[in-house]
Ligand binder design. Structure first.
Ligand SMILES: NC(=O)c1ccc[n+]([C@@H]2O[C@H](COP(=O)([O-])OP(=O)(O)OC[C@H]3O[C@@H](n4cnc5c(N)ncnc54)[C@H](O)[C@@H]3O)[C@@H](O)[C@H]2O)c1
Ligand SMILES: CC(C)(O)[C@@H](O)C(=O)O
Ligand SMILES: [Mg+2]
Ligand SMILES: [Mg+2]
Length: 347
C-alpha cells in the first residue's frame, strides 16, 4: 500500500496501480456476490461489478426498484431473486438495503450467513450501533465494508466516464484470514479509485457528521439563509440565486475542486479576496459550535436512533416525500429550475 502524506500526516492508501482489476477478479473468481437492495448504492455497485466481470446477483423485493433492476438487465430467476434466495445463493452477501431495512431484515438474512461466507456493508451504521440495530454477525464469517464517498449514482456515472469515486474500507471480522484481500478486491471491483483505510466506527461517525454537516444539511442551511437575506432586502430571485448557488456550483466550486481553495481565491478580485478572508472567521466561529453539537449527537448514537425511529414508521416515505416536495416547491429551488434552463448548454 502507498504511504501518502496528507498535510503532514502519513496514511496508507491502496491504489489501482498496486491492486489491478485482474488481481481483484482472481481473488473473487469463486465468489457469488449477492447485492441485497437496489436503491441508490445497489445499482451502482451491482452494475459496476457486473461490467468489471464479477459474478453478481441481485436480491430485491417486488415493486418499483425490482422493475428498475429488470430494466437494468438483471434477469428474474437467473440473476435477480427475492432477498432470501439471493442471500442463500450468495457467498458474499452485500447489505445494500437502507440502514433501517438492514436492521428490520436482519432476522431474515442472518440464517443464510453460514460459515465461510462474507457479510459486506457500505456503511458502518448497522455494526457500530449494533446495540440499537441488533446486527451481530456470527463469529465464523468475514465482515467487511467498502463505503464509497459519494452517491451510488455518481459511483455509476463516474465509472461509465472512465473515472472513479474514492472509497474507504474496513474489516470488522476476519474469520478466513483473507478478509483484507477480499475487501480490497471488492473496492476495486465496484470502481473505486483509491481505497482509504478506516474502521466501522470511524466511518459511521464521520459519514453521519458529513451528510448532516457541510455535504447536505449545513450547505442547505447556509444557502437558504443568504438567499433569504438578499430577498428580504429587495434583490430579485434570480440575483439572489445567482449570488448564492449558481456561481458557486458553476464557477467557483470547480476551481477549488481542481486546485484548492487558495486557487479559487486567487482567481477572484482583490475586493472579493479581502472580504472573504475577513468574513471566513465570523462564519467559522458561528458554525463551529453547531458542528460540535452535531458530532456529539452522532457519537452518542442519538442521530442513529433518530434515523432508526423515523425510518421505521409506516408513513415514513409519505412524510419524506412531502418534505422533499416542500424543498422543491420553495421559491429558491423553483428559481433554480429557471436558472438551470438558462445555462447555454441546456438550450
Ligand atoms: N445512497 C448512497 O449513495 C450511499 C452512499 C454511501 C453509502 N450508502 C450506504 O449504502 C446502503 C444502502 O443505501 P441506499 O441509499 O442505496 O439505500 P436505499 O434507501 O436506496 O434503499 C435500498 C433498498 O432497500 C430496500 N428496502 C427498504 N426497506 C425495505 C424493506 N422493509 N424490505 C425490503 N427491502 C427494503 C429498497 O427497496 C431499496 O431497494 C446504506 O448502508 C447506506 O448508508 C449509501
Ligand atoms: C452520499 C452520502 C451523503 O455520502 C452517503 O453518506 C449517504 O448516506 O447517502
Ligand atoms: Mg451516509
Ligand atoms: Mg457518505
Amino acid at each position: 500500500m502507498a504511504e501518502l502524506n496528507f498535510g503532514g500526516v502519513i496514511e496508507t492508501v491502496m491504489t489501482r496501480e498496486e491492486f489491478p482489476l485482474e488481481k481483484a477478479r482472481e481473488i473473487l473468481k469463486n465468489e457469488t456476490i449477492a447485492v441485497l437492495g437496489y436503491g441508490v448504492q445497489g445499482p451502482g455497485q451491482a452494475c459496476n461489478l457486473r461490467d468489471n466481470g464479477f459474478n453478481v446477483i441481485v436480491g430485491q423485493r417486488q415493486g418499483k426498484t425490482y422493475d428498475k433492476a429488470v430494466a437494468d438487465g438483471w434477469v428474474p430467476g437467473e440473476t435477480l431473486f427475492s432477498l432470501e434466495e439471493a442471500a442463500e445463493k450468495g457467498t458474499i452477501v452485500c447489505m445494500l438495503l437502507s440502514d433501517a431495512a438492514q436492521m428490520q431484515l436482519w432476522p431474515t438474512i442472518k440464517p443464510y450467513l453460514t460459515p465461510g461466507k462474507t457479510l459486506y456493508f457500505s456503511h458502518g451504521f448497522a455494526i457500530n450501533w449494533s446495540d440499537r440495530t441488533g446486527v451481530v454477525p456470527p463469529k465464523d464469517i468475514d465482515v467487511i465494508m467498502v463505503a464509497p464517498k459519494g452517491s451510488g449514482t455518481s459511483l455509476r456515472t463516474m465509472f461509465l466516464e472512465g473515472r472513479g469515486l474514492n472509497s474507504s474500507y474496513a474489516i470488522y471480522q476476519d474469520a478466513s484470514g483473507k478478509a483484507l484481500d477480499k475487501v480490497l478486491a471488492f473496492g476495486i471491483g465496484i470502481g473505486s479509485g483509491y481505497l482509504f483505510e478506516t474502521t466501522f466506527k470511524r466511518e459511521a461517525t464521520s459519514d453521519l457528521t458529513g451528510e448532516r454537516g457541510s455535504l447536505m444539511g449545513a450547505i442547505q442551511g447556509l444557502l437558504l439563509a443568504q438567499y433569504e437575506v438578499l430577498r428580504e432586502n429587495g434583490h430579485t430571485p434570480s440575483e439572489a440565486f445567482n449570488e448564492t448557488v449558481e456561481e458557486l456550483t458553476q464557477s467557483l466550486m470547480p476551481l477549488f475542486a481542481k486546485n484548492g481553495m487558495d486557487w479559487m481565491y486567487a482567481n477572484c478580485s482583490t475586493t472579493a479576496q479581502r472580504g472573504a478572508l475577513d468574513w471566513m472567521g465570523p462564519f467559522h466561529d458561528a458554525i463551529k459550535p453547531v458542528v460540535q453539537k452535531l458530532y456529539q449527537s452522532v457519537v452518542t448514537g442519538n442521530e442513529a436512533q433518530i434515523s432508526i425511529d423515523s425510518n421505521s414508521k409506516p408513513d415514513y416515505r409519505v412524510k419524506l416525500e412531502a418534505e422533499l416536495k416542500a424543498l422543491h416547491d420553495s421559491e429558491m429551488w423553483r428559481t433554480a429550475e429557471t436558472v438551470r434552463k438558462l445555462r447555454p448548454e441546456n438550450n
